[in-house]
Design a binder for this molecule. Structure first.
Ligand SMILES: NC(=O)c1ccc[n+]([C@@H]2O[C@H](COP(=O)([O-])OP(=O)(O)OC[C@H]3O[C@@H](n4cnc5c(N)ncnc54)[C@H](O)[C@@H]3O)[C@@H](O)[C@H]2O)c1
Length: 624
């Protein structure tokens, strides 16, 4: 663990950085009266650690996200501080990302004209940047950070421990600020260029975090209140980043900083301020972290939001900090119109290179009644964690209304999931039927760009089995129910080499399924035989019949695993009996998540990956 003392006119702030910092530096806090502020995501993951470390001290949990950085949340925190008897001798602990740090810092600075503050940053961005230097703020009337104070934390505890649970996208955001430091500091620049291939490596991040903090501490020592010009340099990339953030909103701060840096580098290049290999290397670093830079069609309009930047000294002039050469930056002041023209030209050059504005995918789930569907929650979670943005609507279409409404859905959505009873009705509208949708003769996922229809039922089911260590190849499987779900799983199991025996009380359905596919046999009655796996794909066990089982103990005692595709969280009677007989049981709800994962891969053209799906599922179980 390393430390840096940041002596300023207002206070000495000590920053502890490195593995073990949290365990070691929270010891002395245990005897104090603490008021801990965190956010809902951090709390979900670290509730146990918080309790073990801080005991019975009050924990205020604010909703996660930039939306909480406002005066309403600030006053809620102040009220809770008052109600919980926080005094001048108490300590406020800000445990979270930059949002928690900024709001908690502001609350600590205002309450009784200032109480001791400890920052424990948990995102890469807050570790390398926002927790150090004493800037606190909330957004107000749509303007970022416009209400705030300078208030140094007594201590900052930076521990890489928290980075292990950080989504990839948040690592990217932190790297945005790190690249900014690279454009300001020779040594950081060299280290970034040297390590360009493994910027996300945890050991590298730990080392570079300390270097960034050291750089920031040196700047803050020289210009704590941002008046002498030195602290302004930390705003590299931020003039345009903030303008885009205000206009577009949908990305996060760190991503906009990277995009802002790219647009501002374009200005510096056009003006001959930053050129040659150095400019090329900065550009490569930006692209390495963020990938594509969007060519925003409304870039000029967004650029006008730069007039709110606090570096500006006149209403019609924009101040931009740009990289110059290794370890050197420059401030340029441009009339607002000229600045907007540069931004537009940068956009045009991006568009010429084939870059497009990144669209938010507009997705939906359609069905007869989808009001209770969890799909929006699942799809949004998966998309976000895969680094994509989506909006997701539920659209209930009464039976008989399908033909009238479906054109609207096709016109207005980039893709949609189809539930019962429209899995077949959608087919005449499609240009191609792909993969399993052909095998099953039913579609559950539609991609608008090529009007293709897919079916993710089978892939989701098989992944659920694999994740539970069930491999039915070469084994006997009893399937109850030859409806939509039953057909899909029977065909996938037969394809995987299982011998599937299917029973349906409508024997016609079972025989027609068996006739369609080798490896599937229709049976007229369910006799107690030795089956490796028994799957319930009938409606028995759903909703109101959850206390009824389609087969009894005599059948279930002769299997190893029972799977119920009832899609309700409660344990069905079928599974309860199997469990009481010591059998492995799987509630098929997980399949919905895996299906949604495969659908997201279709929407975003990504390659499905079992390990990624499993990791996301675990995360969803913890966080959702
Ligand atoms: N004060 C300053 O000097 C300064 C400097 C830079 C940025 N900022 C501010 O910081 C904010 C952005 O900070 P941020 O990027 O940390 O955003 P954030 O605080 O919203 O955190 C990003 C996301 O990560 C989650 N998260 C936090 N820690 C986690 C962990 N360990 N594991 C899993 N998830 C975790 C959060 O709940 C949130 O969903 C912006 O409001 C920006 O204006 C302030």
């Amino acid at each position: 663990m390393k430390s840096i003392t940041l002596k300023t006119a207002s206070c000495d702030s000590i920053i502890y950085c490195g593995e073990g910092a949290f365990a070691e530096r929270t010891q002395h806090l245990r005897d104090k009266k603490l008021f801990i502020i965190t956010d809902s995501n951090v709390h979900k993951i670290y509730a146990r650690l918080i309790e073990e470390t801080f005991g019975t001290n009050y924990v205020y949990v604010m909703p996660a996200g930039e939306g909480s950085k406002n005066h309403v949340q600030l006053f809620k925190i102040l009220s809770a501080m008052l109600e919980n008897g926080v005094t001048r001798s108490s300590t406020v602990v800000a445990l979270g990302g930059g949002v928690v740090g900024d709001v908690a810092g502001l609350a600590a600075s205002l309450y009784m004209r200032g109480v001791n503050l400890v920052q424990i940053p948990t995102t890469l961005l807050s570790q390398v940047d926002s927790s150090v230097g004493g800037k606190t703020a909330v957004d107000f009337k749509g303007v970022k950070n416009v209400v705030g104070t300078f208030y140094q934390p007594g201590e900052v505890i930076v521990d890489p421990l928290f980075l292990a649970t950080l989504p990839k996208r948040e690592i990217r955001c932190g790297l945005g600020e790190i690249v900014k430091y690279g454009a300001l500091d020779k040594d950081i620049y060299k280290s970034l260029v040297r390590n360009r291939a493994h910027l996300k490596d945890m050991k590298f991040l730990e080392d570079i975090t300390f270097d960034c903090i050291s750089h920031k501490a040196e700047v803050v020592r020289a210009d704590e209140r941002d008046v002498g010009g030195r602290r302004k340099t930390l705003n590299l990339g931020h003039t345009t980043g903030h303008a885009f953030e205000l206009y577009y909103r949908r990305k996060s701060h760190g991503e906009f900083v990277l995009i802002g840096m790219y647009y501002e580098l374009y200005i510096a290049r056009s003006m001959g301020i930053c050129t040659g290999k150095y400019a090329d290397n900065i550009e490569k670093l930006i692209k390495k972290v963020i990938g594509k830079i969007p060519a925003y069609p409304d870039a000029e309009k967004a650029a006008y939001f730069a007039k709110y930047d606090k570096k500006n000294t006149a209403a019609t002039t924009v101040s931009v900090i740009v990289p110059m050469s290794e370890g050197e930056s420059a401030e340029i002041k441009l009339p607002l119109e000229e600045y907007a023209r540069y931004i537009a030209r940068c956009r045009d050059s991006l568009a010429e290179k084939g870059m497009k504005e990144e669209k938010i995918m507009k997705l939906a789930v359609i069905g007869k009644d989808v009001s209770a569907s969890d799909s929006p929650k699942m799809h949004s979670f998966i998309a976000k964690n895969m680094g994509n943005e989506i909006s997701y609507d539920k659209i209930s279409i009464p039976e008989g209304e399908f033909e009238n409404r479906i054109d609207y859905v096709i016109k207005n959505y980039d893709g949609f999931n189809v539930t019962i009873p429209y899995k077949l009705s959608i087919m005449p509208r499609l240009k191609k039927i792909v993969g399993d949708a052909q095998l099953f003769g039913a579609v559950n996922t539609v991609l608008k760009s090529d009007m293709s229809g897919h079916n993710t039922d089978g892939a989701g089911f098989m992944l659920m089995l694999r994740n539970n260590g069930v491999d039915a190849a070469g084994k006997d499987v009893l399937l109850l129910g030859a409806g939509g779900a039953g057909r899909a799983v029977a065909k996938k199991l037969a394809e995987a080499g299982a011998h599937v025996y299917v029973y349906d009380r409508n024997s016609q359905s079972a025989s027609s399924l068996a006739a369609e596919c080798k490896g599937i046999t229709a049976i007229d009655e369910v006799a107690p035989e030795d089956y490796y796996l028994i799957i319930n794909a009938t409606g028995v066990g759903m909703h109101k019949t959850v206390g009824v089982s389609p087969v009894g103990e005599d059948v279930l005692c002769r299997t190893q695993t029972a799977v119920d595709l009832i899609y309700v969280p409660a344990e069905s009677e079928f599974l309860r009996i199997a469990r009481s007989l010591g059998k492995k049981t799987i509630n098929g709800q997980a399949m919905l998540f895996y299906q949604a994962y495969f659908a997201e891969c279709i929407y975003f053209g990504a390659q499905p990956d079992d390990a990624q799906a499993k990791e996301l599922f675990q995360k969803y179980i913890t966080e959702a």
